[in-house]
Write a protein that binds this ligand. Structure first.
Ligand code: DC
Length: 224
């Protein structure tokens, strides 16, 4: 694996994807959203009324239906089996079920291979939960983003309200806390800060401030 790769992990709503996207843009790197891959599989499982506890079936589906991450007019797009699912994978239903799908060892094994293949040529910014610990253990820079649960839920709430969300902030706090708990407690590749990752608390920082901090660490790393 390449040293030029950057791994960004952290819990839901810590700002990973926004930061990773901007960072990749500034560096001219490829951005890979691994959460979108788990979400795409979950969506298809729900649409096909699959039993989401059945890891063999989900894994078979994943192997036969390729997921594609592309950038079109500067916007990240997600396709599964040639179908544009960019919007649908952000639904509350997918968010509620994705941790169950992502906990399956067989599914994770296939995803690991797909994600490592995507990073094989280097110059990738990849975000997720297990990138620094499992997917890219020798990434040149590993960042773990975190923020208070209240701040993270508030960010998601503001995003969702724009899309017509009718729930309360408290409900979102409960949903996100439960998802974090499931992601942290699963046996295979749980959400965890890698020993050699740099922790950044984004609670009081703007996106650009986080990006600047990471660029600074990157320069330090290159200078070593
Ligand atoms: O980053 P996100 O919220 O879109 O991720 C959706 C879910 O996918 C998250 O609850 C945990 C799972 N996930 C994972 O287990 N491993 C990853 N590398 C990325 C996401």
């Amino acid at each position: 694996m390449k040293k030029s790769n950057i791994a960004i992990d952290g819990p839901a709503g810590a700002g990973k994807s926004t930061v990773a996207k901007r960072l990749a843009n500034q560096l001219g790197y490829i951005y890979i959203d691994t959460g979108a891959m788990y979400r795409a599989l979950t969506l298809q499982g729900l649409n096909a009324k699959m039993d989401l506890h059945d890891q063999e079936k989900l894994n078979e589906y994943l192997k036969q239906h390729p997921i594609q991450l592309t950038v079109e007019d500067g916007l990240q797009k997600v396709y599964i089996d040639g179908l544009d699912v960019t919007e649908e994978i952000r639904s509350l239903e997918v968010s509620k079920n994705v941790s169950l799908v992502a906990a399956h060892p067989l599914v994770r094994k296939t995803m690991l291979q797909l994600q490592q293949d995507l990073a094989r040529n280097g110059h990738v910014v990849m975000d997720g939960r297990d990138i620094g610990t499992h997917v890219l253990p020798d990434a040149g820079l590993k960042i773990f983003l975190n923020a208070s649960i209240k701040e993270r839920a508030k960010r998601r709430y503001e995003e969702l309200i724009e899309k017509g969300y009718k729930g309360t902030l408290e409900e979102l706090i409960d949903d996100i806390s439960l998802r974090d708990k499931k992601d942290q407690e699963r046996t295979v590749a749980p959400l965890k800060q890698a020993d050699d990752a740099i922790l950044i608390d984004t609670s009081t920082l703007s996106i650009q401030e986080v990006v600047e901090k990471i660029l600074l660490y990157l320069r330090e790393q290159i200078g070593k």
